[in-house]
Design a protein around this ligand. Sequence first.
Ligand code: PBG
Length: 336
Amino acid sequence: MTTRLTGPPSVVPPRDRGRRLRRTEALRRMSAEVRLSPADLVAPLFVKDGVTESQAVPSLPGQCQFSLDGLLRHGERLVAAGIPAVMLFGVPARKDSVGSAAWASDGIVPRALRALREHFGDRLALITDLCLCDYTDHGHCGPLAGDTVDNDETLALYQRVAVAQAAAGADLVAPSGMMDGQVAAIRAGLDEAGFTDRAIMAYSAKYASAFYGPFRDAAESSPRVGDRRGYQMDPANGREADLEVRRDVDEGADIVMVKPALAYLDVIHRIRRETALPVAAYNVSGEYAMVHAAAERGWLDGPAAAVEVLSAIKRAGADMVLTYHALDVAEQLRKR
Ligand code: PBG
């Protein structure tokens, strides 16, 4: 048999043609189901104690461990680009077995919060990662009992961290340690201290992921021994995310989060149906590093890939995205 290229048509012309609405840029813009805006983005930032110059993080191109001054200068750029919020991580000067630098009122994050608030007023919402892994000498998310993190001891320490962060000006605290009962404990701790007006962004479905690698360089928070699979979720599980979110909603979370984002778009989608609360997604360090590494090799168009990734996360159901691409993408969107 030979293929016929001319002669009477062998196909019925389609009536429905999806291409009609893809024909011009204006038609495509009008028909877009998701629109990415700088207001959707939260910039994660690292601030380091005891340095006068910001230091680049090699595994997170374009990201720094900021000095306090550097943090304020960078904040100016974020505000100018229309980004509404930052998520702060502290890199302390000293670590110990319980992570006490996390709740010291003169610790690096409380100092950064006061400096940011003084400089920006309410133009920038201040979110703090609430965990101990950056502050413990063993790198786990709470004090150890034997070779595992002691859940209930950790809750009492998270309460102290929450109060210290709120007292220094945090608008939201974001517990990321995956301890059972952490949202309820923190809500009670904040309320008892008079911070009834501060919100909780719960890292509700946080997976034990290989995509946190570059972050652990930036935050200097790799576990010395073992890993986090005893408290973070198994990447195999989706239904369990529904459960974790339901618990955090019951405990008083104001925003729930899925983390990482890109390998968990199905989880974002199901959580969107599980709750009417705002859903955040964390486009984590390894997801960012992959795009940069490929772009550096000329294997893909980095800025286009970043917009595509963030649009996909929003399309899956996220209301806001924490992402190291925040500044670059916001500046890109402003030029359009
Ligand atoms: C701390 C924390 C981690 C991240 C955010 N908060 C690391 C971890 O759990 O090991 C990862 C963020 C990223 O990879 O960008 N508990």
